[in-house]
Design a protein around this ligand. Sequence first.
Ligand code: NAD
Length: 262
Amino acid sequence: MTERLDGKVAVVTGAASGIGKAIATDFAQAGATVAVTDLNLAAAEAAAAEMTAAGGKAFGLVMDVTDEAAVDRAIDEVAAKHGSVDVLVSNAGIQIVNPIEQFTFRDWKKMLAVHLDGAFLTTRAAVRHMYAGGRGGAVIYIGSVHSHEASALKSAYVTAKHGLLGLARVLAKEGAAHDVRSYVVCPSYVRTPLVDKQIPEQARELGISEEEVVRDVMLGETVDGEFTTVEEIARTIRFLATFPGNAFTGQSFLVSHGWHIQ
Ligand code: NAD
């Protein structure tokens, strides 16, 4: 890949695992200084240590994206220590599946807190530095095919992932004056711990086998029956993080093996 991030400072949320870890690893390989942030400090530090061992610049930082004070503190600390925040990847996410009539209000609020409050709070903290520093920047949200499609059992997730499109569109309009761009990257199913947990849950809820969940529910709508890979996501994100100017700002990008085609 030719797109480099030397001299750039990136914050990735939920970066101790899965997609976030792959993005952070790719950014570190591309020359960025990467804040590997997650709920769990030990896990974030372990992930950052792997990136450093491979020759990158990365450090672990605890940040619960639902905690306003913690988000402001962590992102202010990154900017103070490393001079700026140039790229934010809002990736932290959880999944809770249940039919609407059984969905508890507590779970609904938890889902919206992680996905939407988290996106808002980290965006606000990061753009304050991007605007003040005058270097511009990129904010990339990890949406989902479920930013554009619905599936049974996922009321809170689909609602939250659709909501990210709105936040990104507003940021595109507001951020342009400061050379800040926004994007939403929307994967289909990627084999991460988040998905591994859903396979038995969906099998139980839908009354089908785990093999049927994978083949029919998760991959049935793709053109090739394939999971999206973390490498495909990281490559898309790097392209967007390094793409100069406003040509694509505010848009979402499906990485879904043909599941949803815009
Ligand atoms: P994962 O479970 O492997 O990783 C998620 C990370 O987020 C974990 O390290 C977890 O500790 C962290 N996290 C959870 N709550 C947090 C909080 N409050 N504050 C900070 N960190 C928190 O999951 P993943 O599959 O890598 O998912 C990453 C993102 O990609 C999520 O937003 C998810 O919705 C999205 N996504 C995943 C898939 C998929 O198939 N895996 C598909 C589309 C979109």
